[in-house]
Design a protein around this ligand. Structure first.
Ligand SMILES: [Zn+2]
Length: 340
């Protein structure tokens, strides 16, 4: 199966995963408008809730790609210098594309190939797995664009608990050493040791990550296969392993060194299909069951091979027993292992 869709739910108490701005000594958490149905007033309202951007999750996923590429390929991982450093501006200008053209087409002058989109894409794909999977935009005279093979949503509070999601500033103090403060000439420096506020969020979050394995190593310009079967197989494995690591290692978002979210991954839904399919958003209660019902229609009407693996620590998922393509896992890792 070639298309993966994963829905994740995680509980985070006191997190600072996504700050949007710092004003003076105050760093603000990202907040977004959120549609909410009020049963009491029987109407939809907009409330503001803490959130994590898709960019933040995508950055973390691409960092995981780099790490897993190293693990799978050893020293010869096809990852460019910039991506290896975690700087994912990718092959955006001549400077970076020329380097890749020179490495892949050693017989020609790179300048001569810059206006050939097919060659440009081939050079970038062969040189860098992160840009194969995560896409790039070369803004040359003739621009070349590759859409990301993975898609990721914002992480937003689960609807049922959205009203209880909050952001709250926490006061922190960075203390000056006492002898510095006693010395009059050092007082200026000591006053720089200041109090600061970090706005933290607390919520039960849900997000989706989709991964189109079928288009890895395939040209977005011509539709032709650029890489050998064996290489494509390896890259698919890197993509799946990175997905596992992202969720299992919880290495996404900012400020992990002092604000590592308190809580756990409480739900994982993994759908594998032959064509693009997205799991029902984990922000809805009952999303695993809804996903299974949708997949059953797909299976029956399109005679498509489908599979669904579910880990859920919050909901009663006994109704999933009636679906022959559903497996229940007893840990988040157990559910994620189905993609490896
Ligand atoms: Zn790269």
């Amino acid at each position: 199966m070639t298309f993966l869709s994963v829905g994740i739910r995680f509980e985070a108490n006191v997190e600072a995963l996504n700050a949007v701005e710092t004003t003076g000594n105050y760093s603000k958490h990202r907040r977004v408008p959120y549609l909410f149905y009020s049963p009491r007033d029987q109407e939809f309202k907009v409330i503001y809730v803490p959130a994590l951007s898709g960019e933040s999750l995508a950055h973390a996923y691409q960092e995981a790609l780099v790490e897993e590429a190293k693990a799978v390929y050893g020293g010869s991982a096809p990852v460019c210098e910039e991506c290896a450093r975690g700087e994912f501006f990718k092959s955006m200008s001549d400077e970076y594309v020329k380097k890749k053209l020179a490495a892949v087409f050693s017989g020609s002058k790179p300048e001569d190939l810059l206006n050939d989109p097919v060659k440009v894409e081939e050079a970038i794909l062969k040189s860098c797995l992160v840009e194969d999977i995560g896409g790039f935009l070369y803004a040359g005279k003739i621009p070349v664009k590759r859409t990301s093979r993975f898609q990721v949503s914002y992480a937003l509070p689960v609807k049922r608990a959205a009203l209880y999601s909050v952001t709250e500033p926490q006061l922190h103090a960075r203390h000056a050493q006492l002898r510095e403060v006693r010395d009059r000439s050092q007082r200026e420096a000591a006053s720089e040791q200041m109090i600061y506020y970090v706005e933290t969020g607390t919520a039960l979050y849900g997000f989706i990550l989709n991964l189109d394995l079928s288009s890895i190593g395939i040209s977005a310009v011509t539709g032709e296969q650029i890489l050998k079967d064996e290489e494509i197989e390896k890259r698919r494995s890197v993509a799946a392993r990175a997905l596992f690591r992202l969720v299992s290692g919880r290495q996404f978002g900012a400020k992990l060194s002092r604000f590592f979210p308190v809580g756990d991954v409480v739900g994982v839904v993994v759908a594998e299909t032959e064509h693009p399919f997205s799991v029902t958003s984990p922000i809805y209660w009952g999303s695993a069951l809804a996903t299974a019902r949708r997949l059953r229609v797909l299976k029956e009407k399109f005679e498509e091979e489908v599979s669904l693996t579910v880990y859920d620590a919050l909901e009663d998922i006994s109704d999933l027993g009636e679906f022959d393509f559903v497996s229940i896992a007893d840990t988040p890792e157990g559910a994620l292992a189905s993609v490896l």
